[in-house]
Design a protein around this ligand. Structure first.
Ligand code: ARG
Length: 420
């Protein structure tokens, strides 16, 4: 590299920026240590102007005025704060709920769903502010770099990307030293490395420290959202969700917009210790890692949706949909939100969900949530047919032996062959 830019590395991909191309940068800014150091470092290394973008996806306890003030104090020309909660719920969480979206059997994809929206907003704001480059704070080890850069390269081929944390080769100690030197506030810089956290409306993840030791059971201090099940109330609580076309629209009979409904369900579930997930995960970049997730709202909404969907669909639809659900979750996990296959799958999900209307009651108690009541005008269910005591009019029980004879025919023949 040129001596003018001693710490920037040569580019590998076509969408990466050459230092000479970087004049005005849109920085995805969280206000944390990495992105604050980046804010200064980009000005230093590239002699570039920086405009910050901070996206509110419902991460709790954030003070956006403080973040904005910090950005301006560290030399940003401007700091845009965008409240994208409503769009996140409508355009990202709604299809995820309709697809019962879980990756690897347990991860409700909150980070994976947030990244394409954050990157899409970065593109919009970069264009508005006349930026040539977008900067983000992802490392080179995770899925988030894939999700963000794939989105930018797809939506804005004219924009370039820099990922300083991936290339600057500063360890945490050096970052803290750099921060001190440049007047960047560091909180509690001498204590042990903190957990690596990412959160939004749909959940919260923690990585790092003892979490990397697979033999280490979760320590209590990692849980910042969900009450320890041991400390949850001694009395159970019932929550009833009303769904319309696969989307929750009311909580205990009270109609609510999706953002508020999710926030309220999260509060109730968290109080009862519901939503803790201790997950081993196959990252898209090859690594196998352990994550601790707290996803209280998802722990109620997803099972309730799935239960209602099963009730209103036939055995054949139910057998099939899980395969598409898994494919949907994998695409989104893998950072391919804009892949047309996802839109194809969504068309199927939306069609199935046209009949997913009804109410599901869940009982919460000390870390557990269990569906206990179901009601839907579309249920493929007839209590008189299922009943032990009555014989309904739609079929005759005396037809069953004929069915069984043919249903079991090939299995019986194969059994006899193997045993002869
Ligand atoms: N393992 C999850 C995922 O890949 C969570 C990642 C959290 N991201 C973070 N930067 N801490 O989606």
């Amino acid at each position: 590299m040129t001596s003018e830019h001693p710490n920037t590395t040569p580019r590998t991909a076509s969408y990466e920026a050459d230092p000479e191309q970087v004049h005005r940068v849109l920085l995805l800014y969280s206000g944390g240590l990495d992105t604050s150091v980046m804010l200064k470092w980009i000005q230093d290394q590239y002699h570039a102007e920086v405009i910050c973008l901070t996206v509110n996806l419902g991460q709790p306890g954030e003070d956006y005025e403080v973040i904005e003030g910090k950005a301006l104090q560290l030399g940003a020309l401007d700091c845009h704060v965008v409240d994208a909660r409503e769009e996140f719920a409508r355009e990202y969480l709604t299809p995820a709920i309709r697809a019962n979206a879980l990756y690897g059997g347990g991860y409700p994809l909150f980070t994976a769903l947030g990244r394409p929206l954050i990157a899409k907003l970065a593109v919009e704001h970069a264009r508005m502010a006349g930026c040539d480059t977008i900067a983000h704070g992802c490392t080179g080890k995770g899925n988030d770099q894939v999700r963000i850069e794939a989105t930018i390269a797809t939506l804005a081929p004219e924009l370039k990307v820099i990922a300083p944390v991936r290339s600057w080769q500063m360890g945490r100690e050096e970052e803290i030293a750099y921060a001190r030197e440049h007047g960047i506030p560091v909180k509690g810089g001498t204590e042990a490395t903190p957990y690596s956290i990412d959160d939004n409306l749909w959940g919260r993840s923690s990585e790092g420290r003892w979490i990397e030791d697979l033999a280490h059971a979760p320590e209590d201090d990692v849980f910042q959202l969900v009450t320890r099940p041991e400390d949850a109330p001694d009395d159970p609580e019932h929550v009833e969700l009303t769904f319309e076309r696969g989307v929750p629209v009311a909580l205990n009979g009270e109609a609510l917009a999706l953002v508020e409904l999710i926030e309220r369900v999260a509060d109730i579930a968290a109080r009862h210790g519901v939503g803790i997930i201790d997950h081993i995960e196959d990252r898209i970049v090859g690594l196998k890692v352990r994550d601790i997730y707290e996803a209280p709202a998802a722990a109620i909404v997803l099972p309730a949706h799935q239960e209602l969907e099963r009730l209103v669909c036939t055995i054949h639809q139910n057998q099939f949909k899980g395969q598409l659900d898994r494919q949907w979750a994998y695409l989104v996990y893998a950072g391919l939100w804009w892949e047309p296959l996802r839109a194809d799958l969504d068309a199927y999900m939306d069609h199935v969900n046209e009949r997913v209307t009804g109410r599901i009651g869940t009982k919460l108690y000390k870390g557990h949530a269990r569906v206990v009541t179901r009601a839907s005008a579309n249920a493929v269910y007839d209590a008189s047919l299922a009943s032990f005591s009555e014989s309904g009019g739609l079929f005759s029980q005396s037809a069953s032996p004929g069915f069984i004879e043919l249903w079991s025919l090939q299995s019986r023949m194969a059994w006899r062959l193997h045993n002869e």
